[in-house]
Design a protein around this ligand. Structure first.
Ligand SMILES: [Ca+2]
Ligand SMILES: [Ca+2]
Length: 212
């Protein structure tokens, strides 16, 4: 074998793998870009997720507050959702937020804290009649009153706040009716008021389903 053929051979031998490698790098890069967009897309879509509810009731108290506030909502049929009965009629309570209890989780040795204090009740269909929204102070750690805000939103046809207000609870067992509202068959609200009624007595007295 001559020096020339050796040289040519080594040149051919290095050139082909180099183009192969370049091709693989370009393919790899394209694949990564494709994966990146595939991962981004579902996140970008979350803004378009339909909310499966006609009304949303949101109860919030200060972030990081240690106290446990409980939400009670009664529908026109006397069904009541609360932490021990998270689904009743077309009402659904998302979770029992217990202040700062279990708000810190440790994942792979890292402490992750969720300071949010919020309970949400969704009304998944319209039943005409009166709804009652109560809050109760379940665990009170301090002597300061806890400010609690309550928001009632109509979801369809467009998101609309029909009530926003706040109350203060200041001792264990303290309960207040924040708002009552009446819906017609189309879901139009009327007759907002705060005539007081205890829902905790109703659920504990076992007279759910019977209304005044
Ligand atoms: Ca709670
Ligand atoms: Ca919380």
């Amino acid at each position: 074998m001559s020096e020339e053929s050796l040289f040519d051979g080594s040149d051919d031998g290095s050139f082909v793998p180099f183009t192969d490698m370049l091709f693989n790098v370009v393919m790899g890069f394209s694949f990564m870009v494709f994966i990146a967009f595939a991962l981004i897309r579902p996140e970008a879509m979350t803004g378009n997720v339909d909310i499966m509810a006609e009304y949303i009731i949101t109860v919030t108290w200060p972030e990081g507050h240690p106290d446990d506030i409980d939400t009670y909502v009664m529908d026109p049929g006397g069904n009541i959702v609360w932490y021990n009965n998270k689904e009743a009629g077309l009402l659904h309570l998302d979770r029992d937020d217990r202040g700062n209890f279990r708000d810190t989780v440790v994942i792979n040795g890292q402490r992750i804290e969720n300071l949010l204090n919020q309970e949400t009740v969704t009304l998944r269909g319209i039943v005409a009649g009166e709804y009652v929204v109560n809050v109760q102070h379940y665990v009170a750690n301090g002597i300061e009153p806890v400010p609690i805000s309550v928001k009632v939103e109509r979801v369809n046809p467009t998101l609309q706040v029909i009530y926003y207000g706040s109350v203060e609870l200041d001792h264990r067992g303290d309960e207040e009716t924040v708002v009552r509202f009446t819906l017609d068959a189309e879901g139009n609200p009327s007759n907002l008021n705060d005539r007081q009624i205890s829902l905790t007595q109703r659920v504990r007295g076992g007279d759910q389903g019977v209304r005044d």
